[in-house]
Design a protein around this ligand. Sequence first.
Ligand code: SF4
Length: 312
Amino acid sequence: MESDTSVYDYPPYRPPNEANSGLIRITRGCPWNRCEFCAMYKDLPFEVKPLKEIKQDIQTARDIYGAIDTLFLGDSDNLVHNDLPEIITFIRKVFPEVKRITTYARAKTIKQRKPEYLESVHQAGLDRLHLGLESGDPEILKSMNKGTTPDDMIKGGLKAKAAGFEVSFYVLSGAGGEDRWKEHAINSARVLNAARPDYIRLRTLTVQYGTPLDDKLNKGEFEFAPPLLRLKEVKLFLEHLDLEGCFLASDHLTNYLWAGPDIIYRGITGELPQEKGRMLETLKRTIAWAGKSPETVKDSNHLYRSGLISRL
Ligand code: SF4
């Protein structure tokens, strides 16, 4: 198949740990697109790309990247595509050297898919699914309009693992705001303990302009959890995690905390359970330090609202 390198439709978003991955787009946008905190695909109607167009893009991607170790497939919910086994097989043929292929996925879609379909996608060569848990607290999921329940998250995660995938869950620190930080921490740990993911990735809720959550903030219906409270939330979350063979990462700028120009916290990262003690010590130290003058500690919300970071 001839490729046209002037036309290449690639996903606009990818996880931070896929920064060096080649990008291929299977769908456009999000079929749900209603989460109150999310600004990712707001103006983009959801579209399942035709097989012919995807194959053309894969060929073009090969011309651009050459041999590459890892590929990420966008956009937010590629398991809705009925041709995914054929697409992954084609990718593996065009990129024979590739070591890892990953994609975003929604727990609800996984729950709705037949096990045989999920197994065929994994056997074709899709290795890992990135799922947004955000919170394991039912009230928070409801108020954020996530469209999934804690039970969906557990069942979706376990079903993906049973089909052979590695599973990575995102947790949104601060999603409980000032009122439900404890419930957020404890219930998120409870869901993850049941879903047993291979990876947990923390990122901090940064309320972006133009989102429904920003409207709630302006109306006083949502209050930010201040940085010190979020540190306590992450500590409580970690204390309640009971997982083996899971890697916890804070691989996003939004996890940083600043005091003046200095970064005083970069998040916690380590293997569970082996490095849990060390991560808890980091949190205790930072809480003690930040507790001395909490008003000087700034997070990604402060930086976003003061214009120092513009895109997340
Ligand atoms: S967070 Fe994910 S599921 Fe929710 S609207 Fe954004 S892309 Fe869609």
